[in-house]
Write a protein that binds this ligand. Structure first.
Ligand code: GLC
Ligand code: CA
Length: 554
């Protein structure tokens, strides 16, 4: 297997709006991040990924870009960005940008031109269609459940509809348009020439729309979309033609620089993954799949193991993968996969150990390393993000009890991870002098960076140790992955082997204690315990709630 820096990387994801405010307006910014680079360095992360920082009306917190080559003034200036890039590089930290190529803001100059007339040179940059029988061109619903649901918006000026899979303020770009593609490549090269180190590619497997934009054939039950439009995320995912587009992107941009690329690919399982990420495909380096993190259905440990095994095979066949349990779109991992009450600390450590010892590049989302948990907002007025608001409204319009609607959305709301970073137990958790744009999670008094740094037994130190282990032991990155003891439903166990080294990882993925019998070839009593989230056991065959252990067999 070829060694590369991005396989060895530990990426720290920063949600700039919520990380650190430097000028007292309640909004995180680039100077704030600059101030915290030493903290990120002390964690050991080797790359930071910034959620979108471009000029944007902030309909979707920056995923609605109005100018790809300008910085959102609330975050700072291009000069601030260059300082940040430089500050990171001086600390040996690379920087990757979140790049949104599926859509722009409706305020983007291209769209402003495009909607002017049917013969405008920018018309084809977006997807315009005439009405079908006086209605929308097809039955697609937008993913944000916005405005009664259609994915099409009527435009009076030219008497046609435009496609928006997300908000109507985020029209989809038309990747069948060659001149649009050239503009995008130019813009991407401009960022690379500035010295950035890669891209996280938003919704990248959705660029190619299906030929003829057919109706979705899949029925859709209320309360998901009561208006007859079908929110079918399969329709635009992994369509024929997508690989040609990615190969062109690679040829025109990615292959010309020493950068990493990670695609966000909803609706992609391991079965179709290899063409995207195999080295010989020359497309992108790795993808974020959602088989574990996004699914509202909580995976069982057995499903978790099966998913990990299938993605390990993708790597074995010449691709690469990612390991993460939280990002800016999913709940806090401890609340979801662990226990955010009494067992917060052991379960937080176990989830970290799991993530860092399985194959793939590791991603840590801000606050995860101190064990931040979901927020319990008392009413819908506290929420900000489009998806929760849209879904809430559509449920209430349909007659649902508002409180029940809110309760059903709470666990999965994206605002759980977007509350401000908890730096200390002072005013606004040390995030800002002013009222933050989104309420601070009241748990900040106990859960914050300062407290974690003062407690050698905190989750934070587990992250620091794991990351430093990863740097010293290539087995954690390149080691062959073999699941063991598979008969225990709630136990996750595997070996990793690389050169002379062989490690054994053992996790009790549940609240209950568990007794195990080791296979005859495995003698944990004589193996070295590299790390655990409980004191070394007297009897290794008894696993405590959410216990995790890393052994070195040779
Ligand atoms: C991706 C982003 C998400 C955003 C959406 C639309 O899923 O991660 O935050 O809302 O794309 O750009
Ligand atoms: Ca600010």
């Amino acid at each position: 297997m070829k060694k590369t820096w991005w396989k060895e990387a530990v990426v720290y994801q920063i949600y700039p709006k919520s990380f650190q405010d430097s000028n007292g307006d309640g909004i995180g910014d680039l100077q704030g991040i600059l101030r915290r680079l030493d903290y990120i360095q002390s964690l050991g992360a080797t790359v930071i990924w910034l959620n979108p920082i471009y000029a944007s009306p902030q309909v979707d917190n920056g995923y609605d870009i109005s100018d790809y080559q300008a910085i959102n003034p609330a975050f700072g200036t291009l000069d601030d960005f260059k300082q940040l890039l430089d500050g990171a590089h001086r600390r040996g930290i690379r920087v990757i940008m979140d790049m949104v190529l599926n859509h722009t803001s409706d305020k983007h100059r291209w769209f402003q031109e495009s909607r002017k007339s049917k013969d405008n040179p920018y018309r084809d940059f977006y997807i315009w269609r005439p009405a079908r029988d006086g209605k929308e061109p097809n039955n697609w619903g937008n993913y944000f459940y916005e405005d009664r649901g259609s994915a099409w918006e009527w435009d009076e000026a030219t008497q046609e509809y435009y496609l928006h899979n997300y908000s109507k303020k985020m029209p989809d770009l038309n990747w069948d348009c060659p001149s649009m593609r050239q503009e995008i490549y130019k813009m991407l090269r401009w960022w690379c020439d500035l010295g950035i180190d890669g891209f996280r590619l938003d919704a990248i497997n959705r660029l190619q729309k299906p030929q003829g934009l057919p109706d979705s054939p899949r029925p859709c039950a209320p309360p998901v979309n009561p208006y007859g439009y079908i929110v079918d995320r399969e329709m635009c995912a992994n369509q024929p033609g997508i690989h040609e587009l990615l190969k062109e992107l690679n040829r025109e941009v990615f292959s010309r620089y020493d950068i990493m690329t990670v695609g966000e690919t909803g609706n992609l399982t391991s079965i179709k993954a290899l063409p995207y990420v195999s080295e010989s495909s020359r497309e992108i380096n790795m993808v974020f799949h959602f088989e574990i993190a996004k699914n509202p259905h909580l995976v069982t440990p057995a499903e978790y193991k099966d998913i990990q095994k299938r993605w390990a095979d993708v790597i074995r066949q010449g691709g690469w993968g990612t390991q993460y349990l939280t990002n800016h779109d999913s709940p806090r991992q401890i609340s979801r996969f662990g226990d955010d009450g009494e067992l917060r600390v052991p379960s937080g450590k176990m989830l970290a150990m799991l993530t860092h010892t399985q194959p793939g590049t590791v991603y840590v989302y801000q606050g995860e390393e101190i064990g931040m948990i979901n927020v319990d907002f008392p009413s819908i007025d506290y929420y900000d993000e489009r998806y929760t608001l849209g879904k809430y409204q559509s449920m209430v319009e349909q007659g649902a009890d508002p409180k029940a609607a809110l309760d059903s959305l709470k666990m999965m709301s994206r605002d759980n991870v977007r509350t401000p970073m908890q730096w200390n137990d002072g005013k606004n958790a040390g995030f800002s002098e002013a009222d933050p744009w989104l309420h601070v999670n009241p748990t900040y008094r106990a859960i914050n960076v300062r407290a974690a740094e003062q407690d050698p037994d905190s989750i934070l130190y587990t992250y620091r140790r794991l990351i430093s282990l990863r740097k010293r032991h290539p087995v954690m990155v390149y080691g062959d992955y073999v699941p063991v003891m598979e008969a225990y439903e709630n136990v996750v166990a595997y070996t990793r082997e690389y050169g002379d080294e062989k490690w054994f990882m053992l996790f009790n993925f549940q609240k209950e204690t568990q007794q195990v019998v080791f296979p005859p070839w495995l003698h944990p009593e004589s193996a070295g315990l590299i790390m655990g989230n409980y004191p070394a056991p007297n009897d290794p065959s008894v696993l405590q709630p959410y216990e995790g252990r890393i052994y070195r067999l040779r």
